[in-house]
Design a protein around this ligand. Sequence first.
Ligand code: SAM
Length: 305
Amino acid sequence: MGEPVAITNRAELRRWLERYNVRPSRRLGQNFLADGAWAERIVAALDPGPGDVVLEVGPGLGALTERLVSRAGRVVAIEIDRRLATALRERLGGAANLEIVEGDVLAVDLAGIVAGPGTGGVPGAARRVKLVSNLPYAITSPFLARWLASSLAWERAVLMLQAEVVDRLTAGPGSKDYGALTLFVQYHARVERLGTVPAGAFWPRPEVDSAVVRLWPRAEPPVQLADPERFFALVRAAFGRRRKGLPNALAALPGVSPEVARNVCARAGLAPSLRPENLTLEDFARVANLLFSSAGTRERGEDRL
Ligand code: SAM
């Protein structure tokens, strides 16, 4: 098949779906992008070049992929739906720099896939990793957790997410959208909101608006954490009691007595009238480091604090 016609509008998208006999699956979050201008904006924000490996999660019929293969050194697209992987192979299989991996992005070995066969030591081989996705909404949180906590070095990510999730990623203390997801993502990356995409830009039309964000990995963590895993467990637990006073919220954690909780707040310079939702990342880090950092504190019983 020659050059495929680019997916720039709903009519074109629906023609491709009919051609491959694909009925969009709700469960797999198949709301396809059917707006050429937004596809271009997303790819421009990613700025793929010959030195880049682009990892695309859920390429679908390839509205973004077809714009990536002409610019990036290498494109690795992970698609869970066999029907779409087959369709994409037919549409874009001619592109020598495209690898289509059939699988679940939450289960595959991301670093292994990105490293790919035959790139090690080859001069000029694409190396800088850039991530792009019109992400299936159901996997947003687990995927971000997996991506951000992985040791894979990446240069930037451009993601289409539910607009309300983007509100959470960009929220500040005191806002209703501020929570554990905010702190987790902001700890790992700087988040830049690029714009809101109306539901009408997709087919089938989703029930909510979407928004595009660009993430930039932090060269250094913004706060020093003695134990990041326990830190985020603490943050999640605290936001589970976001309307409580801070000492009460902390005292609900396993092994933390009300006295320890009051003590830690005082030592961290945080008024007992504050609520978890008022704390900055730095505030939480001070609290967590007081609770967790002194070796053996937990084992000896945190009442010593
Ligand atoms: N990129 C295409 C576009 O913009 O039109 C499709 C986006 S659609 C919102 C999400 C895509 O992710 C679908 O193709 C879906 O089959 C795929 N998908 C869903 N869950 C997945 C998973 N766990 N791993 C990989 N792909 C997945």
